[in-house]
Ligand binder design. Structure first.
Ligand code: CTP
Length: 428
């Protein structure tokens, strides 16, 4: 006898024994790349985990893999066109019923459309209507991925609060090798499972979090400043991920060209002293402070209101004075706030990291490499070592900053849960 299953408004089955994605409805967008054939395997994986899947194919995706493949797998009609069944307003209806949306593979064209808000086909129009977690897995040739236009799309998408997964390195269409390959099915399923499970209801939901991001600029005169190479990408990715997990986020940002992550309140600052003032103003109401900013350790002792002449002695000998260490100050006056610090290192030396963790009164430290072409300042990827106050250690090999942000948030959630357990045991 078959097991009875309840049906939700969006048609998904609520089957308690049906796998980690049981009762979840996934909207799968497939765009036109060779990797479109892998989306069919992804449908299988999602179904195996208990999800129901609705596919939207772009016109060019349908040239790579026939709609019949997806219809056969999902058991539902595949949508490709805003004009078919127009009376059902498909871009709105399909987006509304989704618990999670996955776009795999996402071409450079689709990334650009999503980033710019264009809505000239069903997939891009549905994207604008999505209010659920969104996972985007780009796949394209390395040259296209590396082009400034695609980089700009990716930067904007990070601020929409979507999760970008990959691309990975490996064989590409036409026998080429390099970065641009669709990530493996397991990695995508991991992300979908996490987003379907948390969706704002996890330990970070409702927590007040202050995130700092970017570098500070310490002015010498109205024209010149001392600064550093920080782009803000790591802090902005963290703010976006925290918002996605339901946190109430204040982002204190040094100068950055990045657009504000949707859902976070952004406080723009320029100098270390301004950052300190903003953080101290916000910290009293905060449950968590994440200090991803690269704060200048020194500033010019005197600010010259007039532009210094290049011949002037004052310019030749700018005297520096030490900036306050905001994080150390927070550690000293700590009152139940969970503190996450960052350290920029040219190696991932554990002992020095642990020493910094304890010296600054932190709960978690993210030590990142800043001396490699694919890690640290300005790039989208990073390598890191996470050390927590309970002795935990997680080494993170090369990954995207978005993915590192999810790992940091996972660790913060663990720390919140452990702190909750301790509180509980004190009451006994
Ligand atoms: N930090 C801060 N205020 C400062 C300097 C740093 O709040 N004036 C914070 C940063 O936001 C980051 C961490 O402290 O979270 C970095 O710690 P720091 O001891 O400055 O380490 P590094 O700059 O990485 O390295 P170094 O040990 O060389 O100082």
């Amino acid at each position: 006898m078959s097991r009875p299953t309840a049906t939700r408004a969006n048609g998904s089955r609520m089957d308690p024994a049906g796998g980690p994605l049981a009762g979840r409805h996934v909207l799968l967008g497939v765009s036109g790349g060779v990797a479109a054939y892998k989306a069919a395997a992804l449908v299988r994986g999602l179904l195996r985990e208990g999800a129901t899947v609705q596919a939207i194919l772009t016109e060019s995706a349908a040239r790579f893999v026939g709609a019949a493949t997806f219809e056969g797998l999902t058991g539902r009609p595949v949508h490709t066109d805003v004009w078919a069944d127009a009376h059902t307003v498909p871009h709105v209806a399909l987006a509304r019923e989704a618990d999670v949306a996955v776009v795999a593979p996402a071409t450079a064209n689709v990334l650009a459309k999503f980033a710019s808000g264009m809505a000239d086909d069903l997939l891009s129009a549905a994207y604008l209507c999505l209010r659920c977690p969104v996972v985007i897995a780009p796949a394209m040739h390395t040259e296209m991925w590396e082009h400034p236009a695609t980089r700009a799309s990716v930067d904007v998408l990070a601020t929409h609060g979507v999760e970008l997964v990959g691309p990975a390195s490996g064989s590409l269409a036409g026998g080429d090798e390099g970065l641009g390959r669709l990530v493996e099915e397991d990695e995508l399923l991991d992300v979908v499972r996490r987003l379907a499970g948390t969706n704002g209801g996890g330990p970070l939901a409702g927590k007040r979090v202050v995130v700092t991001a970017g570098g500070t600029r310490e002015p010498i005169d109205p024209v010149r400043f001392i600064g550093n190479r920080s782009s803000g990408k790591m802090g902005y990715a963290l703010a976006a991920e925290l918002v996605r997990r339901g946190a109430n986020v204040d982002l204190v940002s040094g100068p950055s060209h990045l657009a504000a992550p949707g859902g976070a309140r952004v406080h723009h600052v320029e100098t270390a002293l301004e950052m300190r003032e903003a953080v101290l103003r916000l910290v009293d109401d905060a449950d968590i402070v994440v200090k991803a900013a690269a704060v200048a350790d020194f500033r010019p002792a005197d600010y010259h209101k007039q532009k210094l002449k290049k011949e002037s002695d004052e310019f030749a000998e700018v005297v520096l004075t030490r900036n306050p260490d905001i994080l150390a100050e927070l550690g000293e006056r700590k009152n139940g706030t969970l503190l996450v610090g960052f350290a920029a290192e040219t190696d991932l030396e554990e002992e020095r990291g642990r020493d910094k963790l304890h010296r600054k009164g932190l709960d978690l430290i993210v030590i990142n490499r800043v001396d490699m072409a694919d890690a640290g300042f300005g790039v989208d990827t990073n390598r890191a070592l996470l050390l927590d106050v309970n002795g935990g250690r997680t080494e993170v090999p090369l990954t995207t900053k978005a993915r590192l942000a999810t790992m940091v948030c996972d660790q913060v959630e663990d720390l919140i849960e452990r702190a909750g357990e301790h509180e509980g045991s004190d009451d006994l």
